[in-house]
Ligand binder design. Sequence first.
Ligand code: COA
Length: 395
Amino acid sequence: METTIGIDKIGFYSPEYYLDLADLAAARQVDPAKYKIGIGQDQMAVLPPDQDIVTMAANAASQILDQADREQIDLLIFATESGIDQSKAAALYLQELLAVNHKARAFEVKEACYGATAGLQIAYDHLAAHPQSQKVLVVGADVARYGLATAGEVTQGAGAIALLITRQPRLLALQQPTAYYSEEIMDFWRPNYRDTALADGKFSTEQYLRFLALTWQDYQAKTNMTLADLTAVLFHIPFTKLGLKGLRQMTADLAASDKDNYFDYFQQATVYNRQVGNLYTGSLYLSLLSLLDQQQLPAGARLGLYSYGSGAVAEFFTALVQPDYQQHLQVAVHQQQLAQRQRLTVAEYEQLFQQTGLTDDQDYQIEPQSPQAKFYFAGQHDQRRIYQRKEPLHS
Ligand code: COA
């Protein structure tokens, strides 16, 4: 059998509080259709104080890891642009919480929303180059914060995606070559003295679409493929309207009757993103999970994936859907997790938003308040972050 490398399992966790964007629209005196149609978002996840990137990543990864995985992972990559420390990698806290093999490389990567794709491609290369290595854990966890009553406020969100990368993967086989492009631009950034991002939103939209055109053109030149070779296309989704613009651009030359399938799949691929909001680096992979969870795709279907991280780096690549992939998803877990969230009022959301704790150097304690979470952030002692696990890990 030909050796393939790709995504064997996907885990997902998002905060258990959300704001309905109709409520936000009323508070900001905006037509709700602007948020729900113009931006393309229905709700956004709101981070409580007992969760951060480490606990969200642990909650996502613990859904998918068994004892054999923990022993066989020899590379753990934590992608984030919401780092909790300037020096120490969040990957080390995660390794300890999940009881992952110590004979592993564990580190953090950052390039805005591209980080998880960097991790995925490093994971591919690692397994391709080291026959004795078996499994890589890649997580993307972020908190998207723009500030109260800013233009970006409606595109906030939070959550984590965990990807287990193996040979003979049961969900998706990653394909080579891929097409990538980098260029230094100022479309979105967060200087060290800020806990909210700065964005030139309109410019960022243009760059996202420009980098899509460049990488898709390069991908076609490298592979001789066309859109007809792709069953569906997945996008980085900071808000669903941006992915929709990307799909419109890619399908502009198709006859109307040939476009429908792509737009139907796109709708399925944004069901979760509409409810959670922006995960930053996890967003493309939440869109992938949304499509896999909603839709019966034929084995061998080729998916195109467009990753974009402001600043900016983009990559276009494809992956093949594996036979019987549905048996290896946890659809009910994901749907139940979203269904059981608690809806906040705008006043409650604003209060949580302002409680960041980022600049505190004092000791403090935080009580667990997320019922579905197995891991929580318990506060700080001697300027050290304290993480807790509520129950033993499953074997
Ligand atoms: N009904 C339906 N649609 C409406 C509407 C209404 N009543 N009012 C406005 N809209 C539409 C607009 O036509 C526009 O659609 P278009 O983009 O297809 O032209 C859309 O809603 C947004 O309206 P706009 O006035 O352009 O929004 P804005 O100035 O509030 O900014 C963003 C929107 C996305 C630029 C802003 O939220 C932002 O900066 N977000 C963060 C950017 C980001 O995520 N960057 C990272 C990218 S990787």
